[in-house]
Ligand binder design. Structure first.
Ligand code: ZN
Length: 440
């Protein structure tokens, strides 16, 4: 790598700002609800081709890739953005902005630490903060590298932008497909991942995991007028609910970084569900948040243990528990029956990859701060399952994601273009310890 390569980055990011801002607007103006990302992928591929990417590719599930090759061999850093977003909800809540308008104005927005409001230029609309501005910043970080290469600077490795389908349903169907099927089919691998989920220009290093469980308590129907003839499954579920709330929940562990493990009973359904029939099935949907060290198996076993305990005392008590799943279909028609599981993960602050990313931000004059997400990301695949170094770095602020105040600061977008390029150049220069597997 040429010596003063970092001096040029901020200058190039500044030149590219009008382009990346306009591109962010276009992304917002192109709706891409989960399963309907097709038109957005066209926009991304055309932009990467226009910027001079070495290769673009779309897989059978509809995930897309953009490659910028270094001048020397080296590690592949995957820059991950999901292409889908959640519904805008009621447009009446959008304070006069069109959710798909991509409007620009100077407005009041939180500072980085959320301690004060500032008046700065912002882009408004659904997915501005989750994750279209981060996506644009990653695509343009590739453009910074291309400009540097054109100017004669050398650097190692391969920059791989990767737009992923169907992140929002939280089953990692897009991410699992593209990593486990597409990369091997293409003969590609990856060594680490940078996520564009909202981080307010900080380095985010992990989050809790999640598993959705369904506990079913069984009974026997009878006429509603003669309940003594049946076994009411709702009444039978009461000791199970009480033990989950009063015994299991308070006993769950915490992690100093990603926070408290939790369990919450969020849906109760019963069947047959008519007023004249004592129900023979009561279904409890449980939202369980995991911390590193906890597994899906251990979370399911905790519920099974309570079921066994109640069964031992009440021969009439009959119940089971399983992980929920959902059938997901991509815009290209690829289907998965996906389990509702997202593992927890964290990349240590003193991991060589994190240290190199922090060095990179310092090189271009950005203050280094750390954080952890409250919500889940596709890092559950790269770090949680594959155990590859994974960090988040992006211009958006977490508190605006999924809200009708969805917006992003354009000053942060410019900084994220520079920061993403700097991170690539620094981590690809780091030794093999930067790509050591995560352990916890
Ligand atoms: Zn997201």
């Amino acid at each position: 790598m040429s010596k003063n390569i970092f001096e040029k980055i901020n200058e190039i990011a500044k030149e590219l700002k009008p382009g990346v801002v306009e591109f962010t607007q276009k992304l917002i103006q192109t709706p891409s609800i989960s399963g309907e990302e097709g038109p957005l992928t066209e926009l991304l591929i055309i932009e990467m081709e226009k910027l001079g990417y070495d290769e673009t590719y779309r897989d059978d599930q509809g995930n897309i890739f953009g490659i910028v090759n270094g001048t020397e061999d080296g590690p592949t850093i995957m820059y991950n953005s999901h292409m889908d977003h959640v519904s805008p909800g009621d447009p009446a809540n959008w304070e006069g902005y069109d959710p798909y308008g991509g409007e620009i104005d100077v407005c009041e927005i939180d500072n980085q630490e959320k301690t004060a409001k500032e008046m700065v230029e912002c882009i408004h609309g659904r997915a501005a903060s989750d994750v279209k501005a981060g996506e644009a910043a990653q695509v343009y970080a590739g453009a910074v590298l291309l400009k540097l290469r054109e100017m004669g600077y050398g650097f190692k490795g391969r920059f791989m932008f990767q737009g992923c389908v169907q992140e929002e349903p939280a089953e990692m169907v897009g991410m699992k497909h593209l990593i486990d099927k597409t990369l091997p089919a293409k003969g590609w691998t990856y060594d680490a991942m940078v996520s564009s989920e909202a981080t307010s220009l900080k380095l985010y290093l992990g989050h809790r995991g999640r598993v959705e469980m369904l506990a079913t308590v069984y009974g026997r129907t009878s006429h509603g007028s003669a309940p003594w003839l049946g076994i009411n499954s709702i009444y039978k579920a009461m000791p199970l609910i009480a033990k989950i709330k009063d015994e299991l929940y308070p006993s769950l562990p915490a992690d100093p970084d990603v926070g408290q493990a939790s369990i919450s009973l969020n849906i109760i359904e019963c069947s047959p569900g008519a007023l004249s029939i004592v129900p023979d099935k009561c279904m409890l949907s449980l939202d369980r948040r995991l911390i590193p060290g906890e597994t899906v198996e251990s979370a399911v076993k905790q519920i099974q243990d309570i079921i066994d305990e109640i069964s031992a005392q009440d021969p009439e008590f009959n119940a089971d528990v399983k992980v929920k799943s959902a059938l997901e279909t991509s815009y290209t028609g690829v289907q998965y029956d996906a389990e509702k599981i997202m593992p927890s993960w964290k990349t240590p602050k003193d991991h060589a990859f994190t240290l190199a990313a922090a060095e990179a931000l310092k090189e271009i004059g950005q203050e280094v701060k750390y954080g952890y997400w409250d919500f889940g990301t596709d890092g559950s695949k790269t770090a949680g399952i594959d155990r590859k170094p994974t960090i988040g770095y992006s211009p958006m602020q977490e508190q605006y994601a999924h809200t009708p105040y969805d917006k992003v600061r354009t000053d942060y977008i410019e900084k994220a273009v520079a920061g993403n390029a700097a991170i690539f150049l620094k981590v690809t220069e780091a030794g093999p310890e930067a790509f050591e597997k995560l352990v916890w």
